[in-house]
Structure formats: C-alpha cells, structure tokens
Design a protein around this ligand. Structure first.
Ligand SMILES: [Zn+2]
Length: 149
C-alpha cells in the first residue's frame, strides 16, 4: 500500500548557469509530496489500525527533518561563490548550501536522502520511503523514486 502526504513551503533559489529566468534571485512556493509504502496495520485497537502511518506523523517527520530547515530558506549552489559569500554575510540568514545547483531534480534527490533516513519501520509493517515529488511550480516537478536514480 502506498500513502502520500503533501507539504508546502516557500524558498528562494538561483540556478547560476540557467539560460533563462532562473539565473536571477527569486523564490517559489514549493510543494513536497512524500510517498511511503508499507503494510496496513491490522493490530486490533492500535491507534494506527487500518493505516500505513498516521498522516499527521508523516507530516511531523517531514517537517522535523526537512521542511523546518528549508521553509523560507535560500538554496544556493556551493560553487556559486559570490552568492554564498553574500548570504553568509547576512547575520542569521537561513541559507541551504547544496553540492549541486538547486534545481527541482537536485532538491528532490536531497529530500529523498534526508527523508529516507528519517522514516523508520517503527510499527513493523515494512514502512519505507518510496518516492519524493518536489514541485517547483504547480506544473513543474521532479520525482526521486527508490532505485531509479
Ligand atoms: Zn526558479
């Protein structure tokens, strides 16, 4: 069984060598869809009976491990050195430095890596992360699917 929870957050980025608009500093309303697989919990009387994982818990884990750090942050490529230096000069600025340009594809990959370690099989129902879909706009997204990157 697959279940999916969607979370939204705001963040800025710049793709330094982009041919068009994304080389300028700007932001997006990103959306993150987290898809988990697992068996439906059948233990009589358990709070999670009938579920793979409580959607509130799916959200809480994504928030605690990822979205809290990414919401209202600025994504910057580590080799975009002038911008890294500028952002570091702003006291207390929420900056996320990435080893690759902050495209939807790379953000989806990074989110998968972080969240894969965060979702554990706590109920013994083979719970695991299967897919992260990262929307840069409502019509553009990238998916990191287990075993396909
Ligand atoms: Zn953009």
């Amino acid at each position: 069984m697959l279940i999916t929870r969607r979370l939204e957050f705001d963040a800025g980025h710049r793709i330094p060598h982009h041919a068009s608009q994304c080389r300028h500093l700007h932001g997006h309303r990103y959306a993150l869809e987290v898809t988990l697989s697992g068996d439906i919990i059948t233990r009589e009387g358990a709070p999670e009976q009938g579920m793979v994982m409580d959607f509130a818990e799916v959200r809480a884990i994504a928030w605690r491990h990822l979205v809290q750090a990414w919401d209202h942050a600025f994504f910057v490529y580590e080799k975009d050195t002038a911008l890294v230096a500028f952002l570091n000069s702003l006291p207390g600025h929420k900056t996320v430095v990435l080893g690759a340009p902050p495209t939807a594809e790379n953000l989806a990959l990074e989110a998968f890596r972080i969240l894969d370690a965060a979702y554990r099989d706590v109920y013994g129902n083979h719970l695991r992360l299967e897919r992260v879909r990262l929307y840069e706009t409502p019509s553009c997204w990238a998916e990191a699917v287990r075993g396909q990157f």
